[in-house]
Structures are given as C-alpha cells and as structure tokens.
Ligand binder design. Structure first.
Ligand SMILES: CC(C)(COP(=O)(O)OP(=O)(O)OC[C@H]1O[C@@H](n2cnc3c(N)ncnc32)[C@H](O)[C@@H]1OP(=O)(O)O)[C@@H](O)C(=O)NCCC(=O)NCCS
Length: 394
C-alpha cells in the first residue's frame, strides 16, 4: 500500500485484498460459482469428492481422475493413533471446534511432507486433510461419549462414511446424499473470515496445517460458522411454532440478532439457503417430523416481517439457517454443526492456501500486512516518559 493512501474501512467490507480464481459471490443476484460452475448445478449433479477435485485443480475431473481422487481420499481416511491418543487426553467437555483446531497441527506432525513446499506436496497434504478431518470430528464425538472411534468404511462415499463413523451405523442412502449436498454447499465461499485467516497465515510461508488451524479458529465464532449451532439453540429455546412471532419480535425490538439471518455479502437470498430449505422440507417429510422445518420457516417469515418494520429493509436467510434443522434431523449433535462446516470448507480453504502460496491469481506471493491508525496514549513525538515502578503514584 502506498504511504498515506487512505483506504481505512473497519471490517474491510468491500475492500478487495487479492485476486482469486476459486469462487465468486454475486451478492446482488444471489449467485455463487466455484471455479466457474454454478453452485445450483453442482448441488444438483455433483458430489463432494468431485467438487473438492474441482476446487483444488481448477477443472472438473474426467472419470479416471475422479476415480483416482476418490480412492486416494478413501485410502487416506485413517488418522494416526497418536492423534487419537492426543484427543483422549482432552477433557470430555472440550469444545469440538477447539479440539479440531488443536488436533490439526498434531496431525501435521505426522505428515512426512509437512515442510515440503511444492505445489504437488501441498495438493497431497490437502487431500489428506480433506480425508482425515471427518474422521477426527467423528472420533472426538465417540471419545467424549466414552466409545471407541469407528473405523472408516472404504466402500462408502465421503458423506456416507462420515455419518457412519459418527453413529456406527450404515446411513440411509437418501440421507447420505442430502448430507453430500450440504458438504458441496459449504465447501467454498471466497474471501470470508476463515478463508482470509487461512490465506493470511499462508502468506507468511507457514505450512498448510498451520493455515488450516487458523481458519478453523476463525470459523468457530458465532458470526461465522458458529451460527448454525446457534440457530439450533434458538429453535430449541423457542420450542413451539406458536411462540415464534412473539419471540422474534421481542428479540429484534431489543436490538438482538436472529441467527442464520442476514449476510455480509448477499443482499438477496443466499442460493445455498434456497437449496437447504428444500432439503429440510424433504427430510421432514421422510422422518415424519415436521416440527423443525415448520419452526425454521416460521422464524424466517417472522424475522423478515419484523425487520422490515424496524429497519425498513429486507433480510434473508443465509446458509446456516436451514442447515441447523437439517443436521438436527440427521441426528448430528448440535455442537458438531460447526465442525461439520469445517469438514466441508476444508476443500475451499486448502484451495485458497495453495492459490496464496503459489500466487496462482496474482503476479507474486505477497505478505499480508495491513495498517492501523494509532489512537492510544500519546505524549508527543518522543513518546511518554517511562517512570520506574517505585516512583509511580497509585
Ligand atoms: C452476517 C452478519 C454479521 C452480517 O452483518 P452485516 O454485514 O453487518 O450486516 P448489515 O450491515 O447488512 O446489517 C445491517 C443491519 O441489520 C442488522 N442485522 C443484520 N443481521 C441481523 C440479524 N441476523 N438479526 C438482527 N439484525 C440483523 C445489523 O445489526 C445492522 O443493524 P444496524 O444498521 O442497526 O447496525 C449479520 O447479518 C449477522 O450477525 N447475522 C447473524 C449471524 C449469522 O447468521 N452469521 C452467519 C453468516 S453466514
């Protein structure tokens, strides 16, 4: 940045900090594309494995390429026993996102290519992370419940295998496919907070595992990936469809937030929410339990109406809104909703870290180093006089 160039924008809204070839969000039209392909088409016809290949390699795989990628993913699902031992030492009450964030560099210590900074080695490390993260999340859930982790099932899809490792049972194929679509929808979203955190760490030449651990930390907050668990807690707190309108109205009147609504980039409906709403409705029909779908829909309607009254503008559901009841109906524990986001977003994060490291969308790698205006204590150009401890008045 040029000396004195005044581009200060707290929160960096709308400030472009890089070029990317990985995805694009059209916040006005509500369009999301991964490597040129519309998310709607990918959700309709693709799989998480194919989308991960696309994100990492910048083209849709041929049949041969996909077969190889799928079998490599399946063969990399196991995690080193030491990672499981590490998790077993943690308190059972530990937050699953904290467990995941701390276990990623532990996993990295067992990667023989950890410090190999070629593109090829980073693609291999990315594949290992995509393959192993679901196992780590499922294993932690088993460990904290005093159960042995379930071994990965080599014949199941990425999505189906996660549900299997979580419950110990073979998932029903419709649920596995719905979960696969959820993974596709969460895989990538341009320069969001966690991706930016990961890229920023990668820009220092830190390794992929360090960058991913940073991204996981950023995702854990309730204004980002943590919102899906918060949506479910809100649904449980409201408890009944009949209480929705008054709850939402009181919440918004008091200046509180309705989680899962609103977005920093979309000013229309998030295309992922549109697809997730349909999945939620289908799941409710299949399970015969309409409660969560109906309540989520009612909260959406009430929030939109109340928001219009209070702020005089529109608000729309984001990706986290319907995913909460979808995951709940899939019997995923509430505090695993955000780790589930992470096992999907790992593909996007890894693609971004590689793009950052190898300057694939810009002329050369650049260390992120923003600036800030100092607004703290000022005693003049020579700074404040340092007073020794014994001479300071209380
Ligand atoms: C995502 C989020 C942080 C984007 O925030 P943002 O870019 O600041 O949104 P905007 O600038 O458009 O907000 C405009 C106004 O709407 C309010 N608003 C935004 N989302 C809201 C929500 N979910 N509930 C109530 N009010 C909300 C803001 O507080 C702001 O009010 P103000 O003008 O009085 O300050 C915000 O919508 C939010 O907190 N949503 C809930 C958390 C969530 O679902 N996060 C996941 C995002 S994918």
């Amino acid at each position: 940045m040029e000396e004195g160039l005044d581009v200060k924008n707290i929160g960096l809204r709308g400030v472009k900090v890089a070029d990317t070839r990985i995805s694009d969000v059209d916040g006005e039209k509500g369009i999301l594309i991964y490597r040129g392909f519309n998310i709607v088409d990918l959700a309709q016809s693709s799989t998480f494995e194919e989308v991960s290949f696309l994100l990492l390699n910048d083209h849709l795989p041929t049949q041969e390429e996909l077969k190889k990628f799928q079998s490599e993913l399946a063969s990399e699902r196991k995690i080193p026993p030491a990672v499981l031992e590490y998790m077993k030492m943690l308190p059972k009450s530990a937050n699953p996102m904290d467990v995941l964030q701390s276990a990623v560099p532990v996993l990295g210590s067992y990667d023989i290519q950890l410090r190999e900074e070629t593109k090829e080695a980073n693609l291999k490390k990315a594949l290992r992370l995509i393959a192993k993260l679901p196992n780590m999340v499922a294993a932690w859930n088993r460990i904290r419940n005093g159960k042995e982790p379930v071994l990965p099932h080599p014949e199941l899809s990425h999505a189906g295998n996660f549900l299997h490792m979580l419950s110990g049972f073979l998932p029903d194929p419709n649920t596995a496919r719905d979960f696969d679509i959820c993974l596709i929808l969460h895989a990538e979203h341009s320069f969001n907070a966690s991706t930016f955190a990961g890229r920023e760490v990668a820009s220092t030449h830190a390794h992929l595992y360090a960058a991913i651990a940073a991204a996981i930390g950023a995702l854990s907050g309730e204004l980002h990936g943590g919102a899906n668990s918060e949506v479910m807690r809100m649904l449980l707190e409201i408890g009944e469809v009949s209480r929705v309108t008054s709850w939402v109205s009181e919440r918004l009147q008091k200046g509180g937030k309705v989680m899962g609504m609103g977005h920093a980039v979309y000013h229309t409906e998030d295309p992922r929410a549109t697809i997730l709403r349909k999945i939620c409705e289908k799941l409710a029909e299949r399970t015969g339990d309409q409660k969560w779908y109906e309540m989520t829909k009612a909260i959406e309607v009430a929030t939109k109406e109340e928001f219009r009254k209070i702020k005089g503008k529109e608000i729309y559901a984001n990706v986290d809104f319907y995913s909460a009841s979808v995951y709940h109906m899939m019997k995923i524990p509430i505090d695993l909703f955000t780790p589930v986001f992470a096992i999907s977003r790992i593909s996007g994060w890894a693609a971004h870290v590689i793009e950052e490291k190898f300057a694939e969308a810009q002329p050369k790698p650049e260390l992120y180093r923003p600036d800030a205006d100092y607004v703290g204590t000022y005693c003049g150009p020579e700074a404040c006089e340092y007073i020794p401890m014994g001479k300071r008045s209380s």
